[in-house]
Design a protein around this ligand. Structure first.
Ligand SMILES: Nc1ncnc2c1ncn2[C@@H]1O[C@H](COP(=O)(O)OP(=O)(O)OP(=O)(O)O)[C@@H](O)[C@H]1O
Ligand SMILES: [Mg+2]
Ligand SMILES: [Mg+2]
Length: 302
């Protein structure tokens, strides 16, 4: 197969590993800088150009699209899809997953367990918004935040009100969420490939911190997940229409709760915590599924 990896940086661990795994399996693999692609819209003849040449003859495309370039990245991926190239994850599924509210709405509709979550633009009744999610302590999140930045634990109602007011004063989009205390500063990343959890790890926040993000000093370790957690992760990925996904789960007293579903999950943490060849499994999925003008999942099936 001839495989394109859409990635801004060939030196990133995930990109390097996918190249390595693809080449090891005997494929031709090219890393293509997403933002350097330019495209033409002509009836029946979609084209992508890159450094003055037409990109042709690809069997599969692996999108590694960072949050900051979702809009253009998904347009480039869509163009590959128009040309009949098989995507690891479809552009519609990636767009869907990048909108946190939309994701939670879709998961809630299908009955997936979630922390009780409220969102608001400019409520006249902040105390009611707080009551809606069960009162303090609660978690307040900036919608645009990543790597744990913009995620705040408000221990009291008063603190929650002030933080919400402050974010609203900055016209930031926020959500407020029930705090899952019993998770103990840990979450579980389930790596789903083709409808199966192929690897999972626990991320534990450092002492005195509730955010388990590795960027915030959290540490990763091996974990055995329950059948219910496994089923929840698989279901969440399927609802989002993602063949490859990182599903983040909190362990609560009333079962697994999905926090979010990532469409370009990183490989470094999960491969080093589990010792598994996750990149190789993504390539195997392509070998099994990639056919011209065929995409695998459309999502929202439940
Ligand atoms: N409702 C909650 N209850 C308990 N802990 C939470 C809750 N929400 C978030 N956390 C903790 O905070 C961490 C960061 O939250 P979250 O994943 O929502 O934001 P983020 O990591 O900044 O976003 P992204 O993963 O999109 O970059 C989580 O990994 C988890 O450890
Ligand atoms: Mg997170
Ligand atoms: Mg995320």
């Amino acid at each position: 197969m001839k495989i394109a990896i859409l990635s801004r940086n060939p030196k990133l661990y995930s990109t390097r590993r996918l190249v390595e795994a693809g080449e090891q399996a005997g494929h031709e693999v090219h890393v293509i800088d997403t933002l350097r692609c330019y495209m033409s819209m002509v009836s029946h003849k979609p084209e992508i150009h890159f450094k003055g040449r037409t990109l042709e003859g690809y069997d599969a495309v692996i999108p590694r699209i960072g949050a900051s370039i979702t809009f253009y990245g998904c347009a480039v991926l869509r163009q590959f899809e128009m040309m009949g190239v098989f995507p690891v994850n479809e552009s519609v599924a990636i767009t869907r997953s990048r909108d946190k509210l939309r994701s939670l709405q879709l998961l809630a509709r299908k009955g997936v367990g979630l922390p009780v979550t409220g969102f608001a633009n400019a409520p006249d009744d902040i105390p009611d918004l707080i009551s809606m999610v069960g009162g303090a302590p609660l978690v307040i999140k900036l919608l645009e935040g990543t790597q744990g930045i913009g995620v705040v634990l408000a221990e009291t109602r008063q603190a929650a009100e002030s933080v919400i007011e402050a974010f609203m004063g900055m016209s930031a989009n926020i959500m407020v969420q029930e705090y899952i205390k019993e998770a103990g500063g840990a979450d579980i990343r389930c790596f789903v490939v083709d409808g199966k959890v192929v690897a999972s790890m626990k991320r534990q926040a450092k002492d005195g911190e509730f955010r388990s993000n590795l960027h915030r000093g959290g540490s990763a370790s091996l974990i055995r997940i329950t059948p219910e957690e496994r089923a929840t992760a698989v279901r969440a990925a399927r609802i989002m229409g993602l063949n490859v996904a990182g599903v983040d789960i909190l362990r609560s007293n009333h079962g697994p709760l999905v926090m979010e579903v990532n469409s370009s999950p990183g490989l470094e943490g999960i491969e080093s915590a589990t010792g598994k060849d996750v990149a190789g499994m993504i390539i195997s999925f392509l070998e099994k599924s990639a056919r011209p003008h065929r995409t695998a999942t459309k999502g929202i099936k439940g």
